[in-house]
Design a protein around this ligand. Structure first.
Ligand code: PLP
Length: 453
């Protein structure tokens, strides 16, 4: 990975406009910034805005290789054989320090971290947990794994995050927890969520799977609620292929999660006294070795993503009908697992999202469509109709659930929200400008693109 600090110095809006000849990007005035020239879109036969390869992910070097070989040769591939001197224990100490919590429990995945968090808080059948509809399915699956009822709270379309204004209307006496998800690495409005949690006596579990390095009022995502859950799956900003971690400031939550992740056995071995139920959700020493190596680049990469994310934000805002997702005022650091933005079809000649993405992909920009509306997917009826749910939840509650399960703001949002993955932000300033150029071309020639479809 070739990082060039001068490549991501921030640019002011004024500098940008001057460079673009004082006109809007769509104006097509010649400029030293390539994207301001707004050439013909690739879907209409133009040359793609970007043709070089994007930064590869994951990144590794001799540190990952040496770490893996060392574990291999040690024969201690399992965390409790390696003990405190092992890679998993070392990673837990480092990740706790990174997030700013006294405790960290490594797990086999982010899903496993969420399952452990809910187990540690004794969430079970009959309990209700508030979740967003705009998230990876694992958030909801972790609730279902405990036969608890996931209740969807509508999204704030400006941020894409759980709308704090919509939380209280979903709370009832069976509600036990709020599970906000810091999608993309952008923190949810934690002031309001924690206040609502306190007011109603609810636990708050942060799904920080995408929010490595994100911060709310200077405190790291994953350190604010009863527990924070991280994923180190292949696409994540630090990765061991699969992997996860739970962070907490509560000794109790940590102890419960640790025992649960170890099949209910003691905290430090497989043969301790069994104190609870549990599962095997342990991380291996190989994964620990990978994560220790990944952490050596964590801060450098995070800074690069922040700088390039801010630059792209600035450039896209100049294009009519394009709106990068906003963050709440308490956000002091964006984790940038994703760069999310909306396009307004009205300013793109009524273009559909799939046509917009096809046009962007033709420009060499690997933008994606992101999540759909989880609350409307068929698995919801499947769990509502399951034998277990029919026994645990009253017909009245299930009827009300169906009646209330609407998230109109989220429905509107999913048709216009697009993503770029974090590795794109590890590119150069020129790469970032190519993205803006591609979007500006599509906007300028939107009518022709729609007619040509
Ligand atoms: C928001 C969110 N929650 C939960 C998960 C689950 O993590 P994992 O894939 O490590 O189980 C992911 C990761 O894919 C995620 O993005």
């Amino acid at each position: 990975m070739n990082i060039q600090p001068n490549d991501f110095a921030p640019v002011s809006r004024r500098t940008f406009l001057q460079a673009a000849g004082g006109a809007s990007v769509g104006g097509g005035i010649a400029s030293k910034l390539a994207f301001a020239t707004v050439g013909k879109p690739a879907v209409l036969g133009g040359t793609p805005a970007h043709s070089a390869p994007w930064p590869a992910w994951p990144v590794s070097d001799h540190q990952e290789a040496n770490g893996l070989v060392k574990v291999l040769q040690s024969g201690a591939w399992y965390r409790f054989r390696a003990g405190d001197a092992g890679t998993v224990a070392a990673f837990e100490r480092q990740w706790a320090a990174e997030v700013g919590t006294p405790y960290c429990q490594a797990t086999s995945s982010g899903t496993a971290a969420l399952v452990c968090a809910l187990a540690a808080l004794d969430i079970g059948p009959g309990d209700e947990v508030l979740v967003p509809p705009y998230t990876f399915i694992a958030t909801v699956n972790s609730v279902l794994a405990h036969h608890a009822l996931p209740v969807f709270v509508d999204s704030d379309p400006a941020t894409g995050l759980m709308d704090p204004k919509r939380i209280e209307e979903r709370i009832n006496p069976d509600t036990r927890a709020i599970l906000p998800v810091h999608i993309a690495g952008a923190p949810c409005d934690m002031d309001r969520i924690l206040t609502i949690g306190q007011k109603h006596g609810l636990h708050v579990v942060e799904d920080a799977c995408q929010a490595h390095t994100a911060a709310w009022r200077g405190k790291r995502a994953g350190s604010l609620g009863d527990a924070g859950c991280f994923s180190f799956q292949n696409s994540k900003n630090n990765t061991s292929g699969e992997g996860g971690a739970l962070t907490t400031s509560s000794r109790h939550v940590f102890g419960q999660a640790r025992v649960f992740h170890n099949n209910g056995n003691g905290e430090d071995s497989d043969d301790g006294g069994r104190t609870s139920n549990g599962l095997n959700l342990r991380l291996t020493e190989f994964q620990g070795a990978l994560l220790l190596a990944q952490l050596t680049r964590n801060e450098t990469f995070a800074r690069q993503r922040e700088a390039q994310g801010a630059y792209l934000n600035q450039l896209l805002q100049e294009i009519p009908g394009v709106h990068p997702k906003e963050t709440y005022p308490g956000t002091t650091r964006h984790g940038y697992h994703l760069f999310m933005f909306d396009f307004d079809p009205d300013q793109f000649a009524g273009m559909t999202k799939s046509r917009f993405l096809t046009a962007l992909n033709a420009e060499g920009i690997p933008a994606r469509g992101g999540y759909g509306a989880l609350n409307k997917q068929s698995f919801v009826e499947q769990f509502l109709n399951s034998r277990g749910f029919q026994r645990v939840y009253s017909p009245k509650r299930l009827r009300e659930y169906r009646e209330e399960n609407h998230c109109p703001a989220n429905d509107g949002m999913v048709s216009s929200t697009c993503w770029l993955m974090q590795n794109i932000l590890l590119g150069t300033r020129g790469d970032i400008e190519a993205i803006a150029e591609a979007v500006a071309r599509i906007q300028k020639f939107a009518g022709e693109i729609v007619r040509a479809a």
